[in-house]
Design a protein around this ligand. Structure first.
Ligand SMILES: [Zn+2]
Length: 419
């Protein structure tokens, strides 16, 4: 069987024929398979600008396009591009269905690289295919850019926004996710976390009509996000994410524990807080046996840290209310009690709750509860991508990697039949 017989099964080009194939010896590795392609008799060339079939003008130098490897042989298409004379665009190098522009990789090869790069690190992918990291990056970027241009943005009614620190906290990315059931994915990310950045998403990506169709925006308490949501998605209910609110409690507990730990240490007394950091932050139902024992021991002491921990546990009840009026009453009582107490970080949380009461109460408004973990789940995945892309020097690479993994972007049809 000829290689071209296989290729005819995989790639159907109406105006081109695979005419023959041969080996080319390569020093130090397996020979490469070169497959010659020529235009079908009488077939005209396609203008790269408008897609019109035009008369050919002359030919250029022969070019090679790398195809998917076969067994362990590298495969190249060899073709001599023609120039076409388009009545509207003048003399141009024809477009070919297997590749684009000056890119040396065929579209098929780019998709293979990009699919592997989803499962492995880009470095690993490059090693397996005996190519460069840069080629893998270019392949992924081209697939992502196709997907971005063809992604469906209609029918999105719920979005979530959050920030992620990158480059060791020197920079931030604003991440916008679609949260609708079955459509959860990364919609957009922009560098920075100020109002201007988030506004770009509504104005440049979504457009006014779709922005006005948004029903729910799930966000953290970052003022810029709250402000832009109000202005750009006026019909949306802004819901403060449960996860972010509880995170403020955890931060407060940690602050109390740290201060108390230091104070006990300086007094030189027996310090029960040694090794209790996670016992304090974790919820009791998630405690390991050892942590449960530590907690039991800690309860015997009169510690502010323990008090803070218990205050958070008490507040958890808030989320289980069905009637918002009861929830509101509960929260106000909690706030009053806490503000009368003497644990400053917890008082800070209470003041935060009071400041954002309206937005927090929005939690109870949707008929069907929004999945509070959705934003956090997507954010965790994003952080994993960022960790895996350790060594990326530019935000641009990182953004390509994030969309590649979390964008759920459409891919072009494997067999391109555009001429
Ligand atoms: Zn044209």
């Amino acid at each position: 069987m000829h290689v071209r017989t296989l290729l005819n099964k995989l790639e159907v080009y109406k105006s081109f024929v695979f005419c023959d194939e041969h080996f080319e010896e390569t020093e130090g590795s397996l020979p490469s398979i070169l497959v010659n392609i020529r235009p079908r008799k009488g077939a005209r060339g396609q203008c790269p600008e408008c897609g019109r079939l035009c008369a050919t003008y002359d030919t250029q130098r022969q070019r090679r396009f790398e195809y998917k490897p076969l067994f362990e042989f590298k495969v190249f298409f060899v073709y001599t591009p023609r120039r076409v004379k388009c009545p509207f665009h003048g003399v141009k190098v024809e477009s070919v269905p297997w590749g684009s522009g000056k890119e040396q990789m065929t579209n098929s090869y780019k998709h293979v690289l990009s699919r592997w790069a989803k499962r492995l690190s880009w470095q690993e992918t490059a090693r397996i295919f005996e190519t460069s990291w840069d080629s893998v990056y270019r392949a992924v970027e081209s697939v992502v850019s196709y997907g971005m241009q063809h992604q469906e943005l209609d029918d999105i009614s719920q979005i979530g926004v959050d920030e992620i620190a990158v480059f060791r906290g020197h920079k931030y990315l604003s991440m916008v996710y679609a949260l609708d059931e079955g459509k959860r994915r990364l919609l957009w990310c922009g560098e920075g976390r100020d109002a201007k950045v988030f506004r770009k998403f509504f104005q440049d990506v979504l457009g006014q009509k779709r922005s006005h169709d948004i029903q729910y925006v799930c966000s953290n308490m970052w003022a810029a996000y709250l402000k832009v949501t109000k202005e750009e998605a006026p019909n949306a209910l802004n819901i403060l994410d449960r996860f972010h609110i509880m995170k403020k409690f955890n931060d407060a507990i940690e602050q109390v524990r740290r201060d108390e730990y230091k104070a006990l240490k300086s007094q030189g007394v027996n310090n029960p807080l040694i090794g209790a950091r996670w016992t304090m932050v974790k919820r009791p139902e998630n405690h390991t046996e050892k942590q449960a024992a530590t907690m039991k021991e800690l309860l015997k002491h009169n510690l502010k840290s323990v008090k803070a921990h218990l205050m958070r546990e008490e507040f958890q009840r808030f989320w289980s209310y069905t009637y918002s009026a009861c929830a509101l009453k509960f929260m106000n009582e909690w706030i009053t009690r806490t503000l009368r107490g003497n644990i400053e970080p917890m008082k800070k949380v209470a003041r935060m709750l009071r400041r954002h009461t309206d937005l927090i109460m929005n939690w109870f408004k949707p008929k069907k509860r929004l999945s509070s973990g959705a934003v956090e789940g997507l954010n965790l995945k994003a952080k994993l991508v960022i960790r895996k892309s350790f060594g990326f020097r530019s935000i641009k690479c990182l953004v390509v990697a994030l969309f590649h993994t979390l964008g759920n972007l459409p891919e072009p049809n494997r067999t391109h039949r555009f001429c």
